[in-house]
Design a protein around this ligand. Structure first.
Ligand SMILES: [Zn+2]
Ligand SMILES: [Zn+2]
Length: 390
């Protein structure tokens, strides 16, 4: 062990600046192999420690509990390592390949898990097949190969497992601090497939895209909800179609100084500008108050922009009017250039179609749009630079 530590000290002391890229790359690959070999050694010792009940000497109730506390592992990670260590004692070829750095710990873990899922009689036949795949594919792909093997070797059990997996489905959508929502969930194969199919259909790229893939998926999920609400196909509750309601002080809509913000039913307080954007298009019920609790206008969800006007806007604007944006009309909100709270009319002249991202630019982002909507719309960046359509 001391030899290993001093070899690592020597590596850590090397100056990397003068090494060539090719050498550094080769080092990374070689160190990965060595990391696999180290993992193999951890598991080999862990298996013996486990078989002897070594954890009991420290008062731990199980090897996994001991490992969790001794190495500060997450519960799942500790349990997995003990299970893999045990399984590898029955999978000598896999253990040897990990020990030689031919496969990684994650590959070995997939094969070890497969050994517990496949009928005992076929494990010895399956091991070389899986090892062969482990040499070519990443662990996630290997895992899919296992699933296919399981289905072909033991269709009944695969069926039962799929049922059990289905029972684990869940979704948590929890408001957290700062008005954000945290999503956490598990879907069965078909549900996940359906969601991803819908999300990818709604993942419409922006010109000069700056969003991360995760931000694009988040936007697509919200778009899915927006369309479901706007499409009117959701079941009614309390005699009304479900819709988003914003409760906002008149002073806030009129941008008077010192005005209170606004509230959404589930999300709670939102900033004044966000409220103005949400209230900008129709489809959102506005409950306008004067002061704390005196409702002035419990706005019915009147379609401020009538379907006919909406069609006319779609023809005139052809989609988002932000310079260079090509999102089609179905993606857009009708933005009141002069807010209706300030006397802005719901007329063709005062409306512009904007996609949700660009609608946000104009309200929260400090961008301005100038120009006649029947001609060219120019965007002015917060720093004053003009962006014209290409
Ligand atoms: Zn707007
Ligand atoms: Zn746009």
């Amino acid at each position: 062990m001391s030899g290993l530590a001093s070899a690592l000290d020597e590596l850590a002391g090397e100056q990397l600046a003068q090494l060539s890229d090719a050498t550094l790359g080769a080092d990374v690959v070689e160190l990965f192999r060595i990391a696999g070999r180290l993992d193999a050694e951890i598991l080999r010792r862990l298996a013996v420690f486990d078989a002897r009940g070594g954890a009991a000497a420290d008062g731990a109730l199980s090897t996994a509990a001991w490992l969790r506390s001794a190495c500060r592992l997450a519960p799942g990670a500790a349990t997995e390592r003990v299970a893999v260590a045990r399984a590898l004692t029955e999978l000598p070829v896999t253990a040897a390949e990990l020990g030689a750095g031919e496969i990684s710990y994650r590959h070995a873990a997939v094969i070890a898990t497969a050994a517990t899922e496949l009928p005992a009689a076929v494990t010895s036949d399956a091991e070389p097949v899986l090892l062969e795949a482990a040499h070519r594919y990443d662990p996630a792909t290997l895992r899919r190969a296992v699933t296919r093997l399981r289905t072909s070797f033991d269709p009944d059990r695969a069926e039962r497992d799929a049922e059990a997996d289905y029972g684990r489905r869940k979704l948590f959508v929890s408001p957290i601090l700062d008005g954000l929502f945290a999503l956490d969930g598990l879907l069965d194969a078909e549900g996940g497939e359906m969601l991803l199919t819908a999300l990818s259909a709604l993942d419409y790229p922006l010109p000069a895209e700056t969003r991360t893939p995760a931000q694009r998926r988040a936007d697509a999920l919200v778009e899915l909800a927006r369309r479901a609400l706007a499409g009117g196909s959701l079941p009614e509750g309390g005699g009304e179609r479900p819709h988003v309601t914003v409760t906002v002080d008149l002073a806030t809509l009129e941008q008077r100084a010192g005005a209170a913000g606004a509230e959404l039913a589930w999300a709670g307080p939102v900033t004044a500008e966000t409220a103005r954007r949400i209230a900008c298009d129709a489809g959102v019920a506005r409950v306008i108050t004067a002061g704390r609790s005196e409702p002035l206008d419990v706005g019915r969800r009147t379609r401020v922009v009538s379907p006919a006007m909406r069609r006319a806007l779609a023809v005139r604007d052809g989609g988002c009017r932000f310079p260079g944006c090509d999102r089609p009309p179905a993606w857009t909100d009708a933005h009141h250039r002069k807010p209706w709270a300030e006397g802005g009319e719901t007329s063709m002249a005062n409306l512009l179609l904007l996609c949700p991202s660009h609608h946000r630019y104009v309200h929260e982002g400090g961008w301005r749009l100038v120009g006649d909507p029947t001609e060219v719309i120019t965007a002015i960046r917060p720093d004053g630079v003009e962006i014209r359509p290409p």
